[in-house]
Each structure stands twice: as C-alpha cells, then as structure tokens.
Design a protein around this ligand. Structure first.
Ligand SMILES: CC(C)(COP(=O)(O)OP(=O)(O)OC[C@H]1O[C@@H](n2cnc3c(N)ncnc32)[C@H](O)[C@@H]1OP(=O)(O)O)[C@@H](O)C(=O)NCCC(=O)NCCS
Length: 177
C-alpha cells in the first residue's frame, strides 16, 4: 500500500475573521434555519440556538463565506456549528483556528464537537486538524429527533444519519504542526 505523506493543512491569509455582533444575529438566524433545518441544533441531548451564541464570521472580499459558533462551559469549549459556504478554500480552517484561539484565551483545556456518522468530510477535516474521536454514541440521533423531528433521515453520501461522533482536542497538550 502506498504511504500517504502527512501534510500541514493550508492556511489562507485572504480571509478576515470577525466576531459575530448583534447586527449579524437576524441574518444568522435565517442562515441557521436554512442550513440546519430549524432554528436550533441538538448535541448530546441539548438544544442550542446558534444565532444567540458567540462565534466568528469569515469574510472574503466583503462577502461572508462562513460562520462558526461555540459554547464555553466548565473550562471546555464546544464547537456548536461550523459552516463553510465556499468549501475547500481555507474557510473552515480559518474559523476553527479562531475558535481555538478564543478557547485558549478563556482558559479552556478541551475543545470538542459532535458530528454525525454520515459526515465523512467533517470527520476528515477535524482529524486533519488534530481532533481525535473520543466517543461514539450509537443511535443518539433517535433521541435528537424527539427534540427536532426535522433532522433528515439520510445524510451525506446517502448514509443514514444515526450516531453522534464526539471529537476532542486537548488544547494544553496540542503543540500544532
Ligand atoms: C467541514 C467543513 C467546515 C470544512 O470547511 P472548508 O472550508 O471546506 O475547510 P478548508 O477549506 O479550510 O479545509 C478543507 C481542505 O481544503 C484545503 N484547502 C484550503 N484552501 C485550499 C485551496 N485554495 N485549494 C485547494 N485546497 C485548499 C485544506 O488544506 C483542507 O485540506 P486538508 O485537510 O488536507 O488540509 C465544510 O466542509 C462544511 O461546511 N461542511 C458542512 C457543515 C459541516 O459538516 N460542519 C461540521 C460538522 S458540524
């Protein structure tokens, strides 16, 4: 089998990162509705309204090209949503870097997120950035659907959306690339 070379993720410098401010909330509310099939998302049985949370916008040439929201509690930072409107162009990386930097400023030792078993692109993305799978919650989406029936049955690549996959990074130990 051919050995893959481990390469550092690309960092783009033409993307400006701005904190979400009050003036962005209504826009974010409708964007969340559109992307996430409702005004809230569910993670580990808890509903979050991303448009009310702190986060960052990625802006290129005056156009918003992505958004990330997070929730800090118990010295941990949970990435609640990460959405790139222009994939494979450095937006996701710029946003997750900004959230990590903020989490460190707030003395968080752990950053973590939930994704679903169909999100192969997301799993690849996070693992390439030092996140490790720390738990798999089989059939957790059955419970999430009780709170949010609009969660689709089938997700990316025609895969049934079924399990929650939890990934984490120890922000104190991660020394980067
Ligand atoms: C997962 C997600 C956030 C990634 O965002 P993205 O903007 O595509 O991420 P990036 O562009 O920063 O990185 C993706 C790849 O593109 C590469 N890339 C970046 N700029 C590039 C460029 N100019 N040319 C070619 N490749 C480039 C990156 O290096 C990276 O590859 P690597 O991991 O091998 O380094 C995005 O796919 C997404 O929004 N998915 C839908 C929502 C979702 O699943 N969110 C996360 C789970 S809740």
């Amino acid at each position: 089998m051919m050995q893959m070379q481990k390469q550092k993720p690309t960092v783009r410098t033409d993307i400006e990162i701005r904190p979400i401010e009050e003036q962005h909330r209504e826009w974010l509310k409708s964007r969340v509705q559109e992307i996430w099939n409702g005004r809230f998302v569910v993670s580990r049985g808890i509903s979050y309204e991303p448009w009310k949370l702190p986060g960052f916008l990625a802006v290129r040439d005056g156009v918003t090209v992505g958004v990330a929201t997070y929730y800090v509690h118990d010295s941990e930072c949970e990435l609640i949503t990460l959405d790139s409107f222009t994939q494979w162009a450095g937006v996701g990386t710029a946003l997750i870097d900004a959230v990590e930097e903020e989490a460190r400023k707030q003395a968080c030792g752990r950053m973590w997120m939930i994704t679903t078993n169909d999100n192969l692109d997301g799993l690849r993305f996070y693992q390439r950035r030092g996140y490790v799978i720390c738990a798999v919650h089989p059939n957790a989406i059955d419970e999430s659907r009780k709170l949010k029936p609009s969660i689709p049955l089938v997700g990316n690549y025609g895969i049934d959306i079924r399990d929650e996959i939890e990934l984490e990074k120890n922000l104190w130990c991660w020394i980067g690339w």
